[in-house]
Each structure stands twice: as C-alpha cells, then as structure tokens.
Design a protein around this ligand. Structure first.
Ligand code: ADP
Length: 191
C-alpha cells in the first residue's frame, strides 16, 4: 500500500476521448487537494509525450508503452504517499487494467462525453485534422476507444458541470480514506 508518514498515496487515472475533459477536471481536483495541503503530482498525457515518452507514436505498441511508462512513474510516486493525477486518453482496456493491477491503489475515472460533443469542442483542432485525413489512427475516429467496464467514477461531462465531476472524484478519494473530508473542507474555506 502506498504510504509515507501514514499518508496513503493513490493514482487517480482519468481516461476518455480527446476533449472529453480529463485535464479540466484533473486541474480542479489538483487545486482542491493542494489547498488542503495534500502532496499531489499531475501527469498529463500531452506533457508526458514531450519528455518521458518523447519519440513514441500512436501505434498500439507505442500507446501501450506510453501508458506503461506513465504507470511506472505514477506507481513510484503513489507508493510514497503522493496523490497522482494521470490524464491520458489511454484507449486500451488491457493496458489500463495491467497498470491498475501493478499500482493497487488506483481509482479509474471514466471521463465520458459522446464523440460528437468532443468533436464539437475540438479543443486542439485535432478532430478536424483527423476528419481531413491529416492525422491517422486518431482515437474515436479511426482508432478504437475501449471504455472502462467498472470505473470507480464516471463523469458525464456533456450533462454535468466540471465542478460537479471534480466533486465526484474527491468524494471517491474521501470514501476510500485517501483524503479526509474535514481537511478538504478546511482547504475550501481558505480558497
Ligand atoms: P481532455 O484533457 O480530455 O483532452 P480538456 O480538459 O483538455 O480535455 O478539454 C475539455 C474541454 O471541454 C475544455 O475546453 C472544457 O472547458 C470543456 N468542457 C465543457 N464542459 C465540460 C465539463 N463538464 N467537464 C470538463 N470539461 C468541459
């Protein structure tokens, strides 16, 4: 179990289509955890691909390697008491489950918005490029996304507010005793 000075670490793994809201919700959660003085680290897929997994592409093998490396770092941190927030499309169920099994203290958050909503948002202009054929193997367009079968949390970002989604994630951390409701409330008062 991930502990440091009695503090239990955990990896919170946000998975979902590009533009579903993983980064947005994760940043809200991070803000609240920091306000309550919990040790937090974020591993965002886009940023990780510029350093830790630089050079990897989007083939099945490379995507799995990307997730394996993120999972490796998340494990190191969370077993030392850190709350790690991972935001990565992580489209394949098998590798997510492999990482879950290795880490143990693991909360899977399915950030769920229908493809047409993500495509309408097109935060990074990538869906338009994929539709034009300028990007191949784009998740949701011409590469599969395998939704989690039993995520600890599901955020329906097409019908719920990002703040409500963040609240659900924090509630999951509280109910599993990774954070204390009292500490979170005290943090909120100081915001
Ligand atoms: P991802 O990290 O999954 O690629 P982002 O968080 O970068 O997605 O982008 C999601 C976009 O959707 C942001 O522009 C965000 O403001 C918007 N959005 C609208 N409603 C929501 C919601 N309920 N939850 C999260 N994001 C939302």
């Amino acid at each position: 179990m991930g502990t440091s000075n009695g503090r239990r670490g955990v990896t919170v793994w946000f998975t979902g289509l590009s533009g579903a809201g993983k980064t947005t919700i994760s940043k809200l959660v991070e803000h609240h955890l920091r306000a309550a003085a919990y040790p937090v680290e974020s591993l965002d897929g886009d940023i990780v691909r510029q350093n830790l997994t630089k050079g990897l592409g989007f083939s099945k093998e490379d995507r799995d390697e990307n997730i394996r490396r993120i999972g490796f770092v998340a494990h190191l941190l969370s077993r030392n008491g850190v709350i790690v927030l991972v935001s990565a499309i992580s489209p394949y169920r098998e590798i997510r489950d492999e990482v879950r099994a290795r880490i143990g203290d693991f909360i899977e958050v399915y950030v769920n918005a229908p493809l047409h909503v993500c495509e309408q948002r097109d935060v990074k202009g990538l869906y338009a490029k994929a539709r034009r054929g300028e990007i191949r193997g784009f998740t949701g367009i011409d590469d599969p996304y395998e939704p989690p079968l039993k995520p600890e949390v599901e955020c329906r970002t097409d019908i719920e507010k990002a703040t409500d989604s963040a609240g659900k994630v924090i509630a999951a951390l509280v109910s599993r005793s990774y954070v204390e409701a009292r500490a979170m409330a005290a943090g909120r008062r100081q915001c």
